[in-house]
Structures are given as C-alpha cells and as structure tokens.
Write a protein that binds this ligand. Structure first.
Ligand SMILES: Nc1ncnc2c1ncn2[C@@H]1O[C@H](COP(=O)(O)OP(=O)(O)OP(=O)(O)O)[C@@H](O)[C@H]1O
Length: 208
C-alpha cells in the first residue's frame, strides 16, 4: 500500500541518509523508531510528499509520489495523506470547522459538513466547531490536528512525534486516538517517535 525503495537524501551542509526498503500494508500500524538525529523527520517528510529524495521511490497505492507534477502532488497529498504535525498547522483566523473545510477544498473536494461534524463529534470537539484555534486548549488543538489529518479519509495517517510534549496520560490518549481513528478510517498508521512510552502500543517497528 505504501512502500519505499532505494531512498536516499543528502543535506547540503549535512549528512547523506539512506533508508532501508519498507512496505506497509493497508491498515497496518507502524512505529518509526530511531535515536535523535537518525533521520526520522527526514523520512516522514519524504514519505509525506514534502521533501523530494535524492534517489529512490515512494509509492502509495500504486502512485509514485515523486513522479507527479508539483500540482498533482499537492492534490494527492491533500486527498490521500493525513499528516499530524508536532505543532498543529491551522489557520488562526478561521474557525475550527472552517479549518476543516479549508483542508477539504485544498484537496479539491467539495465541502462536506456531515463528515466534519462527525469527526468533531468523535474527537470531543462538537462544541468548539465555531471557535477559533486560539480559544482551544493544547489537548483540543492536538485533537483538531488529528481531525484535520483525517477529514479527507486519507489512505495513510502519518504522525511525527505526537507525544513528545505530553505527560503520560495525554500521551496514552493520543496514541489510542490515532490507533482508533486510523482503524475507523481504514488508514495505514505510521508514528515516528523516540518516546519509549509509545513502543508498547504498536508491534510493527521500522528502526533507523
Ligand atoms: N536542514 C538541514 N541541513 C543539514 N543537516 C540537517 C538538516 N536537517 C536535518 N539535518 C541532519 O540530518 C540528520 C537527520 O535529521 P532528522 O531531523 O531527520 O532526525 P530525527 O531522527 O527526526 O531527529 P529528532 O528525533 O531529534 O527530531 C541529523 O544529523 C540532522 O542534523
């Protein structure tokens, strides 16, 4: 479903990174593990379509990401790849539901308020639908970024260090939320982390 082959990346004033081939099947749930500096964020960005590798391929459901034009890649990413960033990427001047509508229109999809209301309900944010991001707590913002990642029913849900700034209880609940939501949306889940607390929860590991 998602696979990488022969990937390398070279930073101009930095190291050349090589990544072993990897194949993730539909609906599998994986951890990407590695010490600080081992290349997790680099690999996540390449697999998310955000960073063109020096060589190699990333294939998602038969589409070679870096064979697409920039415009096609933007569309594909918006439509099929849900990314939960370490810090939520939200538009502060738009309300919660409007942020999700924006994610739909950026992927070239029609506004689907039913989908938005369903997700906000599942993530305990129904009452915040007309609020602005600045009016939300950290935990609520994190749930909103999960909603944003899932709103277009992506094939893949990718999270980069989703628990690094959280206490034990919140870390547990974010992992549970990602797992449940990936399963409910039939998405493949990939979590990059160096957080040992996450390790017990998923049994597929790719180690850098
Ligand atoms: N813009 C850059 N220019 C040069 N080198 C870079 C750049 N970004 C990252 N690197 C180097 O590339 C390597 C991999 O970095 P990356 O951020 O992918 O690691 P990571 O595993 O995500 O680390 P962490 O867990 O600390 O976030 C590191 O040695 C880093 O110093």
């Amino acid at each position: 479903m998602i696979s990488i082959q022969g990937l390398t990346y070279r930073y101009k004033q930095g190291p050349t990174l090589q990544f072993a081939d990897w194949h993730l099947k539909q609906q599998e749930q994986w951890l990407l593990l590695g010490a600080s500096g081992s290349g997790k964020s680099t690999l996540i960005n390449i697999m998310s379509g955000l960073l063109r590798p020096e060589s190699g391929r990333v294939e998602i459901s038969g589409t070679s990401l870096y064979g697409l034009s920039a415009r096609e890649l933007d569309r594909f990413r918006g439509r099929h790849i849900g990314i939960v960033f370490q810090r939520p990427h939200l538009v502060r001047s738009l309300r919660v539901a409007e942020n999700l509508e924006l994610a739909q229109s950026m992927a070239g999809l029609r506004s689907d308020r039913k989908r938005i209301d369903l997700l906000l309900g599942e993530l305990g944010l129904s009452e915040k639908s007309d609020r602005y991001p600045d009016e939300l707590s950290q935990g609520q913002l994190q749930r909103l970024s999960v909603a944003r990642a899932l709103v277009n029913k992506p094939l893949v849900l990718i999270a980069d260090e989703p628990t690094s700034s959280l206490d034990d209880q919140n870390a547990e609940s974010v992992i549970a939320l990602l797992r449940e939501q990936a399963a409910a949306n039939e998405a493949t889940l990939l979590i990059a982390t160096h957080d040992k607390r996450v390790r017990d929860h998923l049994n597929n590991e790719y180690i850098l």
